[in-house]
Design a binder for this molecule. Structure first.
Ligand SMILES: Nc1ncnc2c1ncn2[C@@H]1O[C@H](COP(=O)(O)OP(=O)(O)O)[C@@H](O)[C@H]1O
Ligand SMILES: [Mg+2]
Length: 304
């Protein structure tokens, strides 16, 4: 088995204080192994971006640990440790229109990270690195002198991917990288990410609200609901044998491309008739590698 690249241990994150406190993530636990694509899927507002930003050090963590290559990174880091994290964990953002500096050329945007860390010996090498990267993501060297507004949404996301990958990171947190794009080009961008992953042996945390995206790209999937990771398993296991009622309801809401089957389909709704006050839930391994957020009663029902 591959090494653990990232470990999330009992991670809780909230915003606001007192009466206004909003628990965005509650006791999240998962590991991401080197070379895999780990999918994190949930509806809007469920806490996905909050987890992604916490990994990048952009959100304060209330409790719990984030480990990268075995070292805790959600604490005060030395300058060198911090540089190591920034270089090795990069993010691709949901909205390529909002995340690119409109006043900067593509060359400047893609170069910024390697400039900050002096990751080239001279100007010729910088130019070569940027040119190679821009070609790698399917753009052209002549695009480098242009500005983001001169590009389509899909091309902008390619610029965002180039900006992240030029750092040669180990882990890429991709926060709904295709959800702002036209449906017609989503597959292209996902395929590009898959291709580059193979070539560079990258590890992905792929955040999505769309189950079909994670099914297409992820090796393992965690489902998050209202800040709680309710289920985690290998992708096919999760889709073929969902155990948590919320996962079942999500899967039942995916349209079946056969009108007859679609009409006769039963929509499952997620109703909570459990006693979590007296019989407390936690994240439990029901079958090897398949985890569910449940209490003792639910666990024994699942194991029947
Ligand atoms: N900076 C913030 N300040 C206050 N609340 C926030 C902030 N970021 C996220 N939240 C809240 O945390 C919850 C999870 O948000 P988010 O992680 O963005 O969800 P998702 O990415 O799954 O759509 C939401 O209730 C959201 O309003
Ligand atoms: Mg989000």
């Amino acid at each position: 088995m591959a090494d653990k690249l990232l470990e999330i241990k009992d991670l809780s994150i909230s915003f606001g204080e007192g009466k206004n406190k909003n628990v965005a993530v509650k006791n999240a636990n998962f590991d991401i192994y080197e070379g895999e694509t780990f999918g994190l899927v949930g509806e809007s507002g469920s806490g996905k971006t909050t987890i992604g930003r916490a990994i990048l050090g952009l959100n304060n963590v209330e409790s719990g640990k984030i480990l990268f290559e075995g070292n805790q990174i959600n604490k005060k880091l030395s300058k060198q440790e911090e540089e190591n994290v920034i270089r090795n964990i990069q993010m691709i953002f949901q909205d390529p229109a909002a995340s690119l500096n409109e006043r900067a050329t593509v060359d400047y945007i893609v170069s910024e990270g390697i400039k900050n860390f002096h990751l080239y010996k001279d100007e010729a090498e910088r130019e070569e690195k940027v040119r190679d990267m821009i070609k790698e993501v399917g753009l052209l060297p002549e695009h480098l002198s242009r500005y983001p507004h001169e590009f389509s949404g899909g091309q902008r996301q390619r610029i965002g991917i180039a900006r992240a990958l030029i750092m040669e990171p180990k882990l890429v947190v991709a926060d709904e990288p295709i959800s702002a794009l036209d449906v017609s080009i989503r597959a292209q961008v996902l395929n590009l990410m898959k291709k580059i992953q193979k070539e560079k042996n990258l590890t992905y945390l792929m955040i999505a609200h769309d189950l079909s995206v994670v099914r297409f790209i992820a090796d393992r999937v965690a489902v998050i609901h209202h800040g709680v990771i309710v289920e985690m398993a290998e992708t096919e296991e999760l889709f073929n044998n969902p155990l948590h009622p919320y996962t079942k309801s999500l899967l039942s809401a995916v349209p079946i491309p056969d009108p007859q089957m679609e009409r006769s389909k039963k929509l499952i709704t997620y109703d909570q008739n459990h006693d979590y006050e007296n019989d407390k839930p936690s994240f439990r391994e029901i079958t090897p590698g398949h985890f569910v957020w449940c209490n003792d009663t639910e666990e024994s029902n699942l194991k029947k």
